[in-house]
Write a protein that binds this ligand. Sequence first.
Ligand SMILES: O=P(O)(O)O[C@H]1O[C@H](CO)[C@@H](O)[C@H]1O
Ligand SMILES: O=c1cc[nH]c(=O)[nH]1
Length: 245
Amino acid sequence: MEKQAHIQLTKMEHVTKAIIVGDPKRVDTVKKYLNSPIDLTFNREFKSVVGIYEGENILVISTGIGAPSTAIAIEELSDIGIETIIRVGSCGAMQKDIPLGELVISTGVVRDEGLTKKYVPADFPGVPTLSLLAHAKELSPHSHFGITRSHDGFYMADNAETERFWSDFGILGGDMETSTLYVLGALKGMRTLAILNNVVLFEADLNEGVNNLVNEAEVVAQGEKESIELALKLLRGDTHNGSTK
Ligand SMILES: O=P(O)(O)O[C@H]1O[C@H](CO)[C@@H](O)[C@H]1O
Ligand SMILES: O=c1cc[nH]c(=O)[nH]1
């Protein structure tokens, strides 16, 4: 099998489970939790490592920011035999009562980005795999479970207004990749879940929050740690026996 054009990976024996992250730097953070990790590739925004967590082979790969590069990663991961993907991402809270460093687990997603509509109309729901979601609730009952929104950017003039609009419907948090994961995952028969670490308080300064993440400020670093540990436990317990749901 030839290498996939962007992720530059080919099928690996007994590797069917993956963690995706936005930031290539987070791949190295997840790597610390794996036994016998092997650096694979770093092409464009797609950095990858494979290693073992409690006997399970786990591929970790970055997607970069946003729907297009995430869709490319998911397509190519599907082509190399990945069946289960958990996103370990960051988000901005869209409700006042979600503190920094707490986890938002997306039970469904508003598809407010452009890319997935090129695959399937907006009426198609963006939802995770029920068994992964139920297991996450069991392992992390204190996390915030609810609907999230994926978007295409922050710097539009009406961004604050748009966020308030969606917040009023009870949306918990915003990111840029979950809808792509859920929609493409469903279309491709993959098993998916998104776990998001809150790095920006609702209506607070985006720069400050995202800089906290970049600088590994303690409160968001703790959330990142929890999200990684939860994803690994879920992947470890994910016994799908060839079934996609
Ligand atoms: O931290 P990651 O996983 O990249 O997730 C969030 O952070 C980026 C924006 O700062 C977007 O990719 C958004 O989805
Ligand atoms: O506010 C935020 C922070 C991270 N990622 C987002 O998409 N939004």
